[in-house]
Design a binder for this molecule. Structure first.
Ligand code: ADP
Length: 239
């Protein structure tokens, strides 16, 4: 497996509690890796350590060969999507998506072209002038994803991005996310506690429980060859 993202000896402590201890992990490029595990198992903590949002993390994180462990959040070239969308409510869809490019002083003409392309990819061309409050949950999350993808991050982290949406929209949007990944070749890490969602969207699954990696493999391997007792029970419970 290629080692596009490599985590070495990650440790995270909150006060006296060691939540993650000596976690080592590599993640392939141009694929969707899912972190799957029960609530409270440490998935978000690992994700926040990768993005730099977690101040309590020690260890080494290499992204595409570069040690990013000491870099501030905005220098890591990583996009983050949250369950809550986190859009700017006072800006139109267009302005939300253009925000990062404007901050980087990209030329106006290029901004217009790139935002149009991105809105077309997420099928929101007709909503360019709407405000977030006028959109459905699924549309809001597509704006958030477009706003991140337009920056061409090396890595896109999605933390339970579909959890606030109803079942039908969840399935639709996960298929859309797969489409965006394939079209743009972005490397993604997608966090979920939902096993069927994980298996449907993943190329590569990392099962985390109690701060430890229980198994990593393709959805097929995870189903057919559970590597230990925990995995056999975990998979069994959901079948
Ligand atoms: P998951 O994403 O799998 O639901 P989390 O990474 O959010 O799990 O949490 C893992 C563990 O770390 C939990 O026991 C949680 O209570 C603890 N934890 C997470 N963030 C903090 C924090 N800021 N302060 C104290 N404990 C935390």
């Amino acid at each position: 497996m290629s080692e596009f993202l490599k985590i070495e000896k990650l440790q995270v402590k909150f006060g006296k509690d060691t939540v993650i201890d000596d976690l080592n992990l590599t993640i392939p490029e141009n694929a969707i890796t899912v972190f799957l595990g029960p609530s409270g198992s440490g998935k978000t903590t690992v994700l926040r350590s990768i993005s730099g949002l977690n101040q309590n993390a020690t260890g080494k994180i290499l992204l595409d060969g570069q040690d990013i462990s000491q870099l501030p959040v905005n220098k890591r070239n990583i996009g983050v999507i949250f369950q809550s969308y986190a859009l700017f409510p006072n800006m139109t869809v267009f302005d939300n998506v253009a925000y990062g490019l404007r901050a980087k002083k990209v030329a106006k003409k290029e901004i217009i072209q790139r935002v149009k392309e991105m809105l077309s990819l997420v099928d929101l061309d007709k909503k360019a002038n709407s405000y977030p409050d006028d959109l459905s949950g699924g549309q809001k999350q597509r704006v958030a994803i477009a706003r991140s993808m337009i920056m061409k991050p090396k890595l896109l982290l999605l933390d339970e991005p579909l959890s606030a949406l109803d079942a039908k929209i969840r399935v639709e949007l996960r298929n859309q996310i797969r489409k965006y990944q394939q079209k743009l070749g972005i490397t993604m890490i997608f966090v979920t506690h939902d096993q069927s969602e994980a298996m449907a969207i993943a190329d590569n699954v990392v099962v985390i429980s109690d701060g430890k990696i229980q198994q990593q493999g393709s959805p097929d391997e995870i189903y057919k060859k559970p590597s230990n007792e925990f995995m056999a029970t975990f998979i069994g419970e959901h079948n």
